[in-house]
Design a protein around this ligand. Structure first.
Ligand code: NAG
Ligand code: NAG
Ligand code: NAG
Ligand code: NAG
Ligand code: NAG
Ligand code: NAG
Ligand code: NAG
Ligand code: NAG
Length: 252
């Protein structure tokens, strides 16, 4: 049998195919994923006056279409809660850490005023993690080192007050398994690694590093020439980081 397709219907067929393809690619939100997102919303304190994303999350629409959410095959892969003025603490019990398919997580510009919960290490599919100016404080959990697929990691903070910055007790331990990392932003953190050790650690552990941002940091020791071994390194930001003082200290 021969089917004659009138020429004017070809774009129509193409559009249907495009529609089907789009549906398959993003998918309809799975019920379990929607439930995790709604539990997350209910656990967070935020101002309804400022929220543009969370405030509109509700059952009336597909969760993959919610502001700040993107999916693949009905599973949440991107979550962007930046700038929502969230002012509640985040801990291990958050359903955020059950969103196992996340590849991109952005919690920047909020006020969580708590430590980064160690269960962040459960999100092993993450490629991009942005926690800048999110109000996290205290020691960065070594569980971050479980995120082997990270390409960008951003902990930068504008805060200059002591006690409100993130502390990285052992940078080597933190990045030991992050060999895919291309961008590392630690601006405003307290990196109390052993003298000089951090340069050698970065150069041996992060062969793909392209951007290293350490402005306004507390870092020990002068810069070490081992950083030159990083062939891809294109940007190093040390603005406001007191290298002269550190150099003097390290020589005594
Ligand atoms: C939110 O907006 C309402 C109406 O404009 C106002 O009455 C209320 O005080 C605001 N709340 C906050 C926390 O700013
Ligand atoms: C539910 O979400 C839609 C947008 O997705 C929004 O327009 C609507 O106001 C929301 N309803 C409630 C009750 O928040
Ligand atoms: C952040 O939260 C803490 C504790 O809840 C509070 O003391 C602080 O004022 C908040 N900061 C901002 C900028 O809202
Ligand atoms: C959070 O979970 C990690 C393991 O995922 C555990 O080591 C840690 O003690 C927990 N922290 C708290 C405060 O419950
Ligand atoms: C990181 O790698 C080391 C050495 O390969 C391994 O012993 C350790 O278990 C890994 N840690 C995590 C959190 O994956
Ligand atoms: C940096 O962290 C170390 C270790 O936690 C602490 O002793 C020191 O006071 C901190 N320095 C600043 C400037 O925050
Ligand atoms: C930092 O971590 C690395 C890798 O886990 C370890 O070999 C080293 O002993 C640690 N350094 C300190 C001072 O704890
Ligand atoms: C940097 O070190 C110099 C010399 O010790 C000191 O005078 C200056 O205040 C320091 N600047 C900062 C921003 O810590």
């Amino acid at each position: 049998m021969r089917i004659n397709i009138p020429p004017f219907s070809l774009p129509f067929i193409f559009l249907i195919q495009l529609g089907i393809w789009t549906l398959v690619a993003s998918g309809e939100c799975l019920g379990s994923q929607q439930s995790l997102l709604l539990q997350l919303k209910n656990s967070l304190g935020f101002s309804i006056n400022y929220s543009r994303k969370l405030v509109n999350w509700n059952e009336s629409s597909d969760c993959c279409a919610w502001e700040g959410v993107a999916c693949e095959e009905g599973r949440v892969t991107h979550l962007d809660l930046s700038g929502e003025k969230i002012n509640s603490k985040l801990d291990n019990t958050s359903t955020l850490f059950d969103l196992q398919h996340l590849k991109r997580l952005d919690l920047s510009d909020n006020n969580f005023s708590s430590i980064i919960p160690p269960r962040i290490g459960d999100l092993t599919n993450l490629n991009h993690l942005k926690l800048s100016s999110a109000g996290f404080l205290g020691e960065v959990p070594v569980a971050i080192s479980c995120l082997r697929n990270l390409v960008t990691l951003d902990f930068s903070s504008d805060s200059v007050l002591e006690g409100t910055n993130l502390v990285i007790p052992n940078l080597s331990a933190l990045v030991q398994n992050l060999s895919k990392l291309q961008e590392l932003h630690l601006d405003g953190s307290n990196i109390s690694a052993p003298w000089n050790g951090w340069c050698q650690a970065l150069s041996s552990l992060l062969p793909n590093l392209r951007v290293l941002s350490l402005s306004r940091c507390y870092v020990p020791g002068p810069l070490d020439e081992s950083l030159l071994e990083l062939q891809s390194l294109a940007v190093v930001d040390l603005e406001g980081t007191n290298l002269s003082l550190l150099e003097v200290e390290s020589e005594t």
